[in-house]
Design a protein around this ligand. Structure first.
Ligand code: SP5
Ligand code: ZN
Length: 507
């Protein structure tokens, strides 16, 4: 936050930090977004952030009047960037305590304002200094580096078929969001391998880096690399876990591909490693934006990530972008993080990575694995083990589940998430739940995606939204636009918004 944005002497970023600390100490739920908002005035980014949340438009006139009505939405304060600034201790405390005590938030704000030397009249207080223009556009992190992963075909039950997970997917989504006008495309920054190694086995990283050079060295005349032999569990039946763990990685690249892979529908191409690294950079840049105070940001990750486990690629995934992002958020904030996975496939990789951890909650809605990939995990009784017991929730869905059925289940998933402390939600966003998707078997519509986004946004957590699957190219762009505009609280159709053209009056 820039200097001068807190015209009554304190920085709302600090208020946000206090709120988070109080919540961590499990004190009373804090409901004081209102007084803070009124004191800082309508031009403040805090108020503008409030405005962006679904359903709060009605609040604005009352804020402008100096009447305070955000008491029920104190959690919005969590969306503030958490950075420590100058603290006029007494005044802020008065403000916070006052709002607890009286429930009369306006009164509390009045006392706080007077303590700060304001005349006590709670009115919208435009800033004296010039603020940077407020840009309401949600940032979309994107790079062309994904194009290096360019499979033409994949094998399906041993037979070559046209590949599903193709570069066009990301291009279609990028073009739709660019055409909308309500999004700002930004490049990822390079993050290196440390955040990858925080969740993945170094052997997986090494294999993916070495795989294509090994194909060339071993003169395997193929357009893509795919395994035919896997270390499946029956092979090791009766042997101790320690003994199995001590089996050495093969040397031949075909053997290594099976060793580090789940399935034979996951072709590796010459540019796959660099593309997978770029998807991680996209996820981490999206995370950085939200940690720096964005209410929500969207990472157009490609290839996707949620099938990749600590020591395994598979299901069009190589590194687990969402797990890497969640781990980075835990490291940066010390908060708990929830992951909501709405891809049609169960995110077995994300589940595996956090299986024994209670600091990352994994909640997934997906087609029942009895019918659909990844087949062997994703059942409702998988709830985590050890410390992670209860921090994993699966909601397998019936065949051809429609918008209404899906959204009802989503509400249960969101309820579980809101029971968990934490201010940031990672969304593994797939559009292969679409009724026309070539490999999914649920039946969602574009309107359903708008409503899904709206409900997820209405949780009031900051959102790190990362792209996973979705293979119906004709609707991919519209579906992404619908979901993201729903999450922003924008109307379903034709809700294009010019930069700076929001209904919030400027400072
Ligand atoms: C991220 C994600 O959505 N991964 C899905 C992986 C699904 N793998 C199994 C695909 C089998 C379907 N094969 C038919 C392909 C025709 N293009
Ligand atoms: Zn999927």
């Amino acid at each position: 936050m820039e200097d001068g944005q807190a015209n009554l002497g304190f920085d709302v970023a600090w208020v946000g930090k206090v709120l988070l600390e109080r919540q961590a100490e499990e004190r009373d739920p804090v409901r004081c977004g209102g007084p803070v908002g009124a004191v800082v005035g309508a031009g403040h980014p805090f108020i503008q952030a409030v405005h962006r949340v679904a359903g709060l438009d009605a609040v604005l006139p009352q804020l402008l009047d100096g009447r305070l009505v955000l008491d029920d939405h104190g959690d919005l304060a969590q969306r503030l960037p958490v950075r420590v600034r100058d603290r006029p201790e007494g005044a802020l405390d008065q403000l916070l305590e006052g709002s607890y005590a009286s429930g009369g938030a306006g009164e509390a704000a009045g006392r706080a304002a007077r303590a700060l030397g304001h005349d006590g009249q709670i009115v919208a207080t435009p800033f004296q200094r010039t603020l940077p223009p407020y840009d309401p556009r949600v940032k979309v992190v994107h790079t062309d580096r994904h194009r290096g992963h360019d499979p033409q075909v994949e094998t399906y039950l041993g037979v070559p078929v046209p590949a599903c997970e193709v570069p066009q997917r990301a291009e279609i989504i990028r073009d739709a969001l660019a055409a909308d006008g309500g999004f700002e495309l930004v490049d990822p920054t390079v993050h290196g391998t440390d955040p990858i190694l925080a969740v993945h086995d170094p052997g997986l990283l090494r294999f993916l880096e070495e795989a294509w050079p090994a194909v060339e060295r071993q003169r395997i005349e193929r357009d893509f690399l795919v395994a035919d032999t896997y270390p499946t569990r029956g092979m090791f039946a009766g042997m101790s876990e320690a003994f199995v763990a001590a089996r050495p990685e093969p040397v031949a690249v075909g053997g290594r591909t099976g060793w580090w892979g789940l399935d034979s529908s996951n072709p590796i191409r010459p540019g796959t490693y660099d593309a997978a690294r770029s998807a991680v950079d996209v996820a981490l840049t999206t995370t950085d934006l939200v940690l720096a105070g964005e209410t929500a940001a969207y990472g157009l990750c490609r290839p996707p990530g949620h099938h990749a486990a600590a020591a395994m690629a598979g299901g069009y995934c190589f590194f687990n972008n969402a797990a890497i992002a969640a781990e980075a958020i835990v490291a940066a904030t010390g908060e708990r993080v929830a992951i909501l996975d709405v891809d049609v496939h169960h995110g077995n990789g994300t589940q595996q990575i956090f299986w024994r951890r209670d600091d990352v909650l994994y909640v997934s809605l997906h087609a029942d694995p009895k019918r659909l990939y990844p087949f062997f995990l994703g059942h409702a009784d998988e709830i985590g083990e050890g410390r992670g017991h209860g921090a994993n929730r699966n909601f397998p869905m019936g065949l051809r589940a429609d918008d209404a059925t899906y959204l009802a289940t989503l509400d249960s998933a969101l309820e579980r998430i809101s029971d968990e402390p934490g201010s940031i939600l990672v969304v593994s966003l797939g559009f292969d739940t679409f009724h026309l998707d070539p490999i999914g078997d649920l039946a969602l519509t574009t309107d359903g995606y708008h409503e899904m986004g709206r409900r997820v946004g209405a949780l009031g957590r900051r959102l790190v939204i990362l792209q996973e699957g979705g293979y119906h190219l004709g609707a991919l762009g519209e579906n992404a636009r619908a979901w993201l505009s729903g999450a922003e609280g924008r109307p379903a159709a034709g809700g294009s918004r010019e930069p700076g053209g929001g209904t919030i009056p400027g400072p």
